[in-house]
Design a protein around this ligand. Structure first.
Ligand SMILES: NC(=O)c1ccc[n+]([C@@H]2O[C@H](COP(=O)([O-])OP(=O)(O)OC[C@H]3O[C@@H](n4cnc5c(N)ncnc54)[C@H](O)[C@@H]3O)[C@@H](O)[C@H]2O)c1
Length: 429
């Protein structure tokens, strides 16, 4: 019989409960969820029932939960600022860790955690889920096989999408620097991770510029209300919470998907629950009357130790989401447009070759369903595949993942200093 990995989940929210928990629970031949901890009683009970975890293994506070080791692996999916503190406790207890990103925005803490995991011989796999998608693996293998000759430079755009910017970074969990990591780390640590993965070298130096250009009180329309549901512009404002969460939900067939399922704990969703959230939760606020201070646009340039250069544009003002990539090599160009479902290889003086991302198949059998282009589920599959072999071989091991965090730290430091060049040796050494 195949071995089963036992898993505890700390933080059964959007990621711990919905994105990974449900898949882990459904993979009964490989995993068993043995304990849950969340300070939100409603969620704890809800996922306790769904994941069939006994009442005595559901914990409302982390002190109780951390009294003993309760599984092989701990999935740590609380908010950004708690990750290091809880990861340290987990490693001390002997857990292997699946750790949500970002790890930390403090270089000393990052280094400390890498050292601690090494000293205790514990696996720490960071949830850089995009590395596990077939589209990213396809690009990596094309680059490594020399399909465009020697890579010289690359451009990447993170199209945040206008309503997603308003949802997460103006109204939601990642809107304020006091409560979360900077946007370049929160939203772009996947991008930065992928850039260094594709380029295959460490980043040497970085410069960055960006600002909160629009979601500020001075741009609040005259006569608008502080809550969209009470506002005379509720049907015309592009950022109206009333339109984004209620009208679009109704017109889109009342689906229980992101972002609707995140603005209320009441599931299955009802019109009443959404209206209640519009009246009372942070998600019902006017996008120009929130306590937000994170950027809505940021452009970063990087130079790597092998001479390759890269740009990353994080843009809140896009009509659609998804990432765009362009790679420039000595023998051709390579492009990936996630939303258009396309990878294009343009070798010089040859006909372009086009792949549909949705038709790509790898050793795990296709792109797969699930969030992040299947990456959420594939990372869990990959964890299982390596766990009883070389569990330290994870693509998204903490050693690989901290590099993207150093780039983010450098980029933010540069942005706050008017775009001054920052050398990453400052963080590593
Ligand atoms: N890998 C990715 O692509 C990806 C995508 C989105 C978010 N994230 C990251 O995942 C993490 C979780 O984000 P989310 O969207 O699930 O947030 P969430 O708010 O939905 O979930 C966090 C959960 O942690 C619980 N919690 C808070 N303090 C706790 C404590 N002391 N002990 C136990 N539980 C506690 C909350 O009640 C909540 O249920 C964040 O760090 C976020 O940055 C990663």
């Amino acid at each position: 019989m195949a071995k089963v990995i036992t898993v505890s989940i700390l933080g059964v929210g959007a990621r711990g409960g919905e994105a990974y928990g449900r898949y882990i629970h459904a993979s009964k031949d490989r995993f068993k969820i043995t304990a849950l901890c969340d300070v939100n009683e409603y969620r704890l009970e809800k996922y306790g029932k769904i994941f069939e975890v006994d009442k005595e293994n559901r914990f409302l506070n982390e002190e109780e939960f951390f009294k003993e080791k309760r599984s092989d692996v701990l999935l740590l999916a609380t908010m950004d600022q708690m990750h290091v503190r809880q990861a340290v406790k987990a490693i001390d207890l002997g857990y292997d860790l699946l750790l949500e990103k970002p790890i930390s925005d403090d270089a000393e803490q990052l280094k400390m955690l890498v050292e601690k995991a090494k000293a205790n011989n514990r696996m720490v796999m960071v949830c850089h889920v995009l590395r596990y998608t077939t589209m990213i693996r396809k690009i990596k293998s094309l680059l490594d096989s020399g399909a465009i000759g020697k890579l010289v430079s690359m451009d990447q755009t993170e199209n945040v999408c206008f309503w997603h910017q308003a949802h997460s970074f103006v109204r939601g969990n990642w809107r304020n620097r006091q409560e979360t990591t900077p946007m370049i780390m929160q939203k772009c640590c996947h991008d930065l991770d992928l850039i260094q993965y594709f380029i295959g070298a460490r980043c040497k130096s970085v410069a960055s510029m960006g600002s909160l250009a629009f979601f500020k009180p001075e741009n609040k329309p005259e006569g608008s209300a502080d809550r969209c549901i009470d506002c005379k512009y509720k049907n015309e404002c592009k950022y109206s919470a009333y339109t984004i969460y209620l009208t679009d939900w109704i017109n889109g067939g009342k689906q229980e998907t992101f972002p609707y399922n995140l603005i209320t704990d009441v599931l299955p969703l009802t019109e009443e629950a959404i209206i209640d959230s519009l009246k009372n939760s942070k998600y019902g606020r006017c996008a120009f009357a929130c306590d937000n201070d994170v950027v809505d646009n940021q452009t970063t340039i990087m130079q790597f130790e092998n001479g390759v250069t890269a740009t990353l544009k994080m843009e809140g003002f896009t009509a659609r989401g998804g990432r765009d990539f362009r790679f420039f090599g000595t023998e051709g160009e390579l492009e990936l447009y996630e939303i258009e479902d396309k990878i294009i290889l343009r070798r010089f003086m040859e006909e372009p070759v086009v792949w549909k991302i949705s038709e790509l198949v790898d050793e795990l059998g296709g792109q797969g369903a699930g969030g992040h282009g299947g990456g959420d589920y594939r990372m869990i599959d990959s964890l299982y595949n390596i766990y009883y072999g070389d569990k330290f071989s994870a693509d998204s091991s903490i050693e690989n993942s901290v590099e993207s965090h150093y780039i983010a730290l450098g980029a933010e430091k540069s942005r706050l200093n008017g775009g001054k060049l920052v050398f990453l040796t400052d963080y590593r050494d």
